[in-house]
Design a protein around this ligand. Structure first.
Ligand code: NFS
Length: 653
């Protein structure tokens, strides 16, 4: 029999109250969750520092993390080669995930245009024309279908092109693109870049860490400006571009008297199809006949975020809560597609008699029921899932205990909406944002994104970091599990302005926006790239992305996708801080290159800290450095003086 796990105090595992309640309940029920396994499974001290090479059978070779140059691998690979290889393969895997997802969206788009898929249609033709125009596809006087087909063929190059530049580079600021061309890192097509990355990191190929890093950057850019960006744009075209909507989040969105169905994953098609089926009068009636007040569809993780802002769908929580939500006993079906799906969900679901259903042939789970979602007949799959959920509702055996907490917040800040919000419908523009950065009311912009991780207290670093940033007048853009952490903490509503510094609070009040803007799923980090490019285009903040007073952070990351995202921001010119751990051996040349060298070549750079206050300090210091380089640091001092003067006047009044 397995040894019982040593249990950590629940308050050290999460700041999410609902998840904490469910961890306690799971322990009472005798159900093991990943929080406790993370404690029992100590990380390998060599693997944690990425100082192990297992790409051939002469090894695996382990380096000495305390004295990294005292040995080389059997083939002679140095620690720098090993570190760069491992990093490169993480970026290749992360890029593959986003680009495969993006390609699936593009195929759906093609089959919607040619009429093979009938359950979806082009919902946002305006966005279609905008994307086509940005790629120099003629639109004037042409049929929508014709433009759409041209767009499909153009975007397909993002993935399949073997030579040349991917289409989206047309959106990259000129000077940034020039830098990429000089460095030889403009992506050709994602398949080519991922293939070359895997080849170059195999035994006996590229053994120069700087040369490997060049391909790492090229591969990562094929994600951010390729696969992810196409995925976001096509999802907007097919399902609608998000605009702000009030959404209820946290586990209290589950309802004891309804058929609760959790949809967890990444491609919006499953959740979009579930929504159509859940609105089917016959299925609604079936739920009522089973004694339920209705069907309650709830999102989790990234596809939940993707879809919630388009349709106002409730969201139950982020990556670290997907097992915990099953512990409520209230989930009548959990259905998943791809990515961030823990294999153990199946075991936990079984314990609580919850049907657990995989729907994508790329992501089956041993022992789980698989109902393939065929995009030509998606409702065949989703109707079957709903029927299974209704039948589970009717025969619920386990007691139901749902944490009561729900929080309302505003989400859905697409790039297009931010443009409109700042400038108004007739003169949509980023100018007011740039002006307020130049005059110092807003100190800079930060992207806080990425996963949660059971080795890091859930949500804690996200929330503390973002609070510290807005307190220092930094406008925060969010995606992914990070956005959900802030939503659960009640900071995605206008009320968050009370925590913002005086300059940021004033701008928020004038424009009518919150200081923390939720942009959607992880692929929607591409919206941040577009917003940053627009800031450069509008002017006054330098002429490339690296000039902007901006920084990014993934404080609780765990996925290879997060490394790919971090690196495409770095290669684009952004300073990126990662928290809690980093796959790096200290005191190596590769570390120095990622953390300093790349910046000297005109790119962004990486940094690491495991303390949210320190992360904020690093990001703010970087923003201030950029302000000084732009010569706008004095403006901020004046604004702060004005504010102080005004406050002392108020105090004397
Ligand atoms: Ni992105 Fe992390 Fe997963 Fe989404 Fe959440 S864990 S890298 S935020 S759900 S992809």
């Amino acid at each position: 029999m397995a040894k019982p796990l040593e249990l950590v105090n629940v308050e050290d595992l999460t700041i999410c109250d609902s998840t904490a309640q469910m961890i306690t309940k799971a322990r009472e029920d005798g159900v093991e969750l990943f929080f406790d396994r993370a404690n029992a499974m100590k990380a390998c001290p060599i693997g944690e520092k990425s100082a192990c090479c297992k790409h051939c059978s002469m090894g695996p070779c382990r380096m000495n993390v305390n004295s990294p140059y005292d040995r080389v691998g059997v083939c002679g690979a140095t620690v720098d080669t090993i570190l760069a290889r491992n990093f490169g393969r993480m970026v290749a895997a992360g890029t593959a995930a986003h680009t495969d997802h993006g390609m699936a969206m593009l195929e759906l788009f093609r089959d919607v245009i040619n009429g093979k898929v009938k359950d979806f249609a082009i919902k946002d033709p305006m966005k279609l024309y905008e994307v086509a125009t940005s790629l120099e596809i003629p639109t004037e006087g042409r049929e929508l279908k014709e433009v759409a087909m041209d767009l499909y063929h153009e975007l397909e190059r993002t993935y399949t092109q073997v030579d040349g530049e991917i289409p989206m580079v047309k959106r990259v600021p000129k000077k940034t693109l020039e830098l990429w061309r000089q460095a030889g890192i403009v992506p050709r097509g994602a398949m080519r870049e991922i293939m070359e990355m895997m080849h170059r990191t195999a035994i006996g190929v590229d053994q120069d860490y700087k040369n490997i890093t060049q391909q790492i950057s090229r591969t990562a850019l094929a994600d951010g400006w390729g696969g992810s960006m196409v995925s976001t744009d096509i999802s907007d075209i097919l399902f609608g571009t998000p605009s702000p909507v009030e959404i209820e989040v946290d586990m209290g969105v589950l309802k004891e008297d309804r058929v609760n169905i959790i949809v967890h994953g990444h491609e919006p098609i499953l959740l979009e199809a579930m929504m159509i089926s859940a609105a089917d009068p016959a299925l609604k009636q079936m739920a009522v006949d089973a004694g339920a007040k209705g069907i309650n569809l709830v999102g989790m993780c990234c596809s939940g975020l993707d879809v919630m802002s388009r349709h106002g769908l409730p969201h139950a929580g982020n990556f670290s809560s997907t097992e915990a939500v099953l512990v409520t006993g209230a989930v009548d079906a959990m259905t998943v597609d791809i990515q961030c799906i823990k294999q153990d969900l199946k075991r936990v679901a079984d314990f609580y008699d919850t049907p657990f259903i995989t729907t994508n042939y790329r992501a089956k789970i041993e022992g789980a029921l698989h109902i393939q979602l065929d995009e030509h007949d998606p409702l065949g799959c989703t109707e079957e899932i709903i029927i299974k959920a209704i039948s589970r509702f009717k025969t619920r055996k386990k007691p139901v205990r749902i944490p009561r907490k729900t929080v309302k917040g505003v989400h859905g800040f697409s790039y297009e909406y931010i443009n409109y919000m700042l400038g108004g419908s007739f003169r949509g523009s980023f100018t007011p944002l740039n002006d307020n950065i130049i005059n110092g009311r807003i100190r800079g912009v930060a992207g806080v994104v990425g996963c949660t991780n059971p080795r890091s207290k859930q949500d804690y670093s996200h929330v503390e970091l973002v609070k510290e940033l807005i307190r220092n007048d930094v406008l925060v853009l969010q995606t992914g599990c990070s956005q959900m952490a802030l939503a659960k903490a009640g900071l995605t509503g206008p009320g968050a302005a009370a925590l913002a510094g005086p300059g940021l609070a004033e701008v928020c009040e004038t424009v009518g926006m919150p200081p923390i803007l939720g942009l959607g799923a992880c692929v929607d980090n591409s919206r941040i790239l577009i917003a940053a490019s627009e800031m450069v285009r509008v002017g006054g903040l330098g002429d490339c992305l690296a000039d902007l007073p901006a920084a990014g952070c993934a404080p609780e990351w765990m996925s290879e996708k997060a490394i790919a995202i971090g690196h495409y921001f770095v290669a684009s010119g952004v300073y990126v801080v990662f928290g809690h751990t980093f796959p790096m051996t200290k005191g190596t040349q590769f570390e120095k290159y990622l953390f300093e060298g790349l910046e000297n070549e005109g790119f962004g750079k990486w940094a690491f800290s495991d303390d949210p206050k320190e992360m904020a300090r690093l990001m703010i210091a970087h923003i201030d450095e950029k302000r000084a380089a732009l010569g706008i640091d004095k403006a901020r001092e004046r604004v702060l003086l004005d504010m102080a003067d005004r406050r002392s006047l108020d105090a004397n009044a």
